[in-house]
Design a protein around this ligand. Structure first.
Ligand code: ACO
Length: 329
């Protein structure tokens, strides 16, 4: 098996910013409540003409540039999203066309906010076995299209964005050390969109009942998240033969600063080892981990040789963690 690492990173964030005050102008909420309960100050909201495939293609192109690869050198595109351009075909195919990855296979992967971790674990297998050399893993979401902007319980939480990573063979002893993935379908109704699929096809009634928007049991998801962030992190570290003390950086899914703080406490980490940008972007679902990772690498916080733990959770319910020895200068 080949060692596999991240050899390029890129992100795309829509320019339009929606602040807490913008939302408080029309909904019964306020900046203080949102900041105290979630850590979020603002989020991005793409203009109407922008598609998930547009922001994913931009992030992907930047990741290719960072890796020094041409689009035709990509063998596979895995796109983690729950806000695809269309029900089918896969949005990965639209990205394939937009970036000119003429030799790539393409598929979408749905694991909600854990999608990027699932994507990394999947892509790694193709490169490790030698079936493919370069795999593009993208997490991209236009959450603004599926949140109910009249529901203060959910609309304050989410934002739009995309992050991409190129997976390629790297020197032995570097790169991805292990992945740990989990799921529990019994928690489906904690976080879901009721209609629009085969179970409840779109009709006048589903539109009237606002069933095409995210429904969430916030406190259930909160308890689940705190539990699995810690458990998944510890299990992944154990699989890698490491302990909590070996972590140089934690890159957690950015859903709520209080969830991140609870996971940080459980792992006994100091604040300076935790990458958090939720204040600026909110919860970008599958995009949140790659965008945070890219920022930390660009700002020279994460450096070659650092042990990086990425951990996520989301709808499904799903969860997952990846441990890496950072392989890139
Ligand atoms: N502004 C003001 N008040 C609000 C708002 C708001 N935006 N939203 C809710 N409230 C009110 C509630 O109505 C409630 O009022 P009540 O007591 O009169 O009924 C009160 O605030 C407290 O509500 P709680 O739900 O108890 O607040 P909590 O501290 O649990 O915070 C939150 C809510 C932020 C949603 C929290 O539960 C959370 O972050 N949960 C996890 C969500 C999450 O991570 N989701 C994404 C998962 S990843 C994926 O796959 C997409």
């Amino acid at each position: 098996m080949k060692s596999v690492g991240i050899t390029g990173l890129g992100s795309s964030l829509p320019e339009n910013i929606v602040t807490n005050r913008d939302i408080a102008n029309y909904l019964d909420t306020n900046d203080e409540w949102i900041v105290n309960r979630t850590g979020i100050s603002e989020r991005r909201k793409a203009e109407e003409h922008i598609l998930t495939s547009d922001i994913c293609a931009e992030a992907a192109q930047k990741a290719l540039d960072d890796a020094g690869l041409k689009p035709e050198e990509i063998d596979l595109i895995i796109l983690a999203t729950m806000t695809p351009d269309l029900v089918f075909p896969a949005t990965a195919c639209m990205v394939q066309e937009k970036i000119g990855a003429v030799n790539a296979a393409a598929m979408d992967l749905e694991a909600a906010c854990t999608g990027f971790i699932y994507g990394i674990a999947t892509g790694q297998q193709f490169v490790a076995t030698g079936m493919y050399r370069n795999v593009l893993v993208i997490g991209g979401e236009l959450m603004s299209r599926i949140v109910d902007w009249e529901d203060r319980n959910t609309c304050i939480l989410f934002g739009d964005g995309a992050g991409a990573a190129v997976l390629s063979p790297v020197e032995d002893g570097c790169g991805i050390m292990t992945n740990y993935l989990g799921s529990d379908g019994s928690g489906l109704e904690s976080l879901y969109v009721p209609a629009g699929g085969a179970k409840r096809p779109t009709c006048e009634e589903t539109v009237k009942q606002r069933e095409h928007f995210v429904r969430m049991n916030g406190s259930e998801v909160f308890k689940f998240a705190v539990r699995v962030m810690g458990d998944a992190s510890i299990k992944a570290l154990e699989k890698a033969g490491l302990g909590k003390e070996d972590i140089d950086f934690l890159v957690p899914h950015q859903a709520n600063i209080r969830i991140i703080e609870a996971a940080t406490k459980r792992l006994g980490l100091s604040k300076d080892k935790v990458i958090a940008n939720i204040d600026k972007y909110g919860n970008m679902s599958a995009a949140s981990i790659p965008v945070a990772l890219e920022e930390a690498v660009t700002n020279n916080r994460i450096k070659k040789g650092d042990i990086v733990l990425m951990v996520g959770f989301g709808g499904g319910l799903t969860w997952g963690a990846t441990v890496m020895k950072w392989n890139k200068d």
